[in-house]
Design a protein around this ligand. Structure first.
Ligand code: PLP
Length: 443
């Protein structure tokens, strides 16, 4: 082969990198979950300028261990309980390597027919697994934030209006998207269980879209989608459903109640990179009105023109990005290597562990539960004031045994334990409870 070559040999250095990955996953539970470094500390250890001469890959691996690893917050750790627990599973890891090897740039059907068509297939597969209607058009974006941006642009295109409504518990990416788009946002109050109150939607004559969340970020509340769908229909507004986290739970029939009414959505987002064993990043956006997305995003300059039959399949015409990664490969690998049964088992483990933890909190008179638990997230706090809980959170996270995060619900500071990491065992959840109780002493 000609051309500029690095000194890297894919077989020998690749074997070393895979060995590094395997060893990392074997020992990840030994690290402090939250990186114990100060801002700027990692940067200080890195050279100011790039090397003039080529270095071997072994130097990169060495610095990964010696320089970067102390600055890694370990999301693959069995006791990573903060925000939403995510997992990059072995099939996903290997498929990412292969996707980088192929380096497809799937902006037109012809630039990557396999990537484009596999993307359609895995979106149909996942729709089946979650009980979504057949026939929806789906494609993959990087994150739910981008999927949301796309959905709201479609809503504006369809309605010619600029007002977006969502509950006060909706993810901040709604506000961010409306700000970027110059649209207006109105927060709708929630009920005692943090669900949107459809009776408080108010005047919808300017409404472009209502965003309903199935599994809110703070407490995993489920908005009443059927009533919100009624309101959208009456007002001619777009219904966007955000199931970024809780969508994964729909692989289990016992959780399908939470998807009641979603078949009436104009668009729906779900992130396999949250609770479905798929490496960052992978956000699925379905729509039953793909022609609107295409109207909004289908800018085709001369150099991208191809015969019509191909054009209709170019996924870059359905979202903001032109260049698109081969993200479907990792999702396909996950779906095939776990099967529906493996995915259900993963979800059920997370829910069972969360339910166990919820039981311990409920039984202890020094602690209280702060929201209904629907899936794998428990919102709780030490009885007493916000300051006590803030201090407790700082203590437990500084210790490094566990990593949890917080939210504000009903104006109160609450702690969140989010289960879902594929390495988490019952012992890890027990340890989390032990650490919390130990660190609460003397507060
Ligand atoms: C309900 C919900 N929607 C959207 C998002 C944003 O996800 P992303 O990081 O993929 O943009 C989050 C993030 O946690 C979320 O909880």
């Amino acid at each position: 082969m000609t051309g500029v070559r690095s000194r890297v040999d894919l077989r020998t250095d690749g074997a070393a990198a895979l060995d590094w990955a395997a060893q990392y996953l074997e020992r990840v539970g030994e690290f402090p979950v939250l990186a114990q470094v100060k801002p700027g500390e990692i940067r200080e250890r890195l050279p100011d300028s790039p090397p003039e001469e080529p270095e071997p890959f072994s130097a990169v691996l060495r610095d990964l261990d010696e320089v970067l690893l102390p600055g890694i917050t370990h999301w693959q750790h069995p006791r990573a309980f903060a925000y939403f627990s995510v997992s990059s599973s072995e099939p996903g890891i290997l498929a990412e390597l292969l996707a980088a090897t192929l380096n497809s740039v799937a902006f037109l059907w012809r630039t990557s027919p396999a990537s484009t068509e596999l993307e359609g297939v895995v979106l149909d597969w996942v729709a089946q697994l979650l009980g979504l209607p057949s026939g929806w058009h789906g494609h993959i974006e990087d994150t739910a934030s981008t999927s949301r941006l796309a959905a709201l642009i479609a809503a504006r295109t369809a309605t010619g209006r600029d007002l977006v409504l969502c509950s006060e518990q909706a993810h901040s990416s709604v506000e961010k998207a409306t700000r970027m788009l110059g649209m207006r946002m109105r927060s709708v109050p929630t009920d005692g269980e943090f669900r949107m109150r459809p009776d408080a939607l108010g005047d919808l004559s300017d409404a472009a879209a209502i965003v309903a969340t199935v599994g809110t970020t703070a407490s995993t509340a489920v908005d009443p989608v059927p009533a919100i769908a009624d309101a959208c229909e009456a007002a001619g507004a777009w219904l966007h459903v955000d199931a970024a986290y809780a969508g994964a739970a729909m692989v289990c029939p016992e959780h399908r109640w939470a998807f009641e009414g979603v078949e009436r959505a104009d668009s729906l987002v779900f992130n396999p990179h949250k609770w479905m064993l798929t490496p960052m990043d992978c956000s699925l956006l379905w729509s039953r009105r793909p022609e609107v997305l295409r109207r909004a995003f289908g800018v085709v300059p001369e150099y991208l023109r191809t015969p019509d039959a191909e054009d209709a399949l170019s996924l870059s015409e359905y979202g903001p990005a032109l260049g698109r990664r081969f993200r479907s490969l990792k999702l396909w690998a996950v779906l095939r290597c776990y099967g529906a049964s493996g995915l259900r088992e993963h979800i059920r483990r997370g829910v069972e562990f969360a339910s166990m933890f919820e039981g311990w909190v409920a039984e202890d008179p020094d602690w209280e539960l702060c929201a209904p638990r629907h899936f794998s997230v428990v919102c709780f706090r030490l009885k007493g004031d916000d300051e006590r809980n803030r201090e407790l959170l700082a203590r437990v996270n500084a210790g490094g045994d566990i990593f949890i995060s917080h939210a504000v619900l009903d104006g109160r500071y609450v702690l969140r334990l989010a289960v879902g990491q594929m390495h988490t065992s019952e012992e890890d959840v027990r340890l989390a409870w032990e650490v919390l109780r130990r660190e609460s002493v003397g507060l």
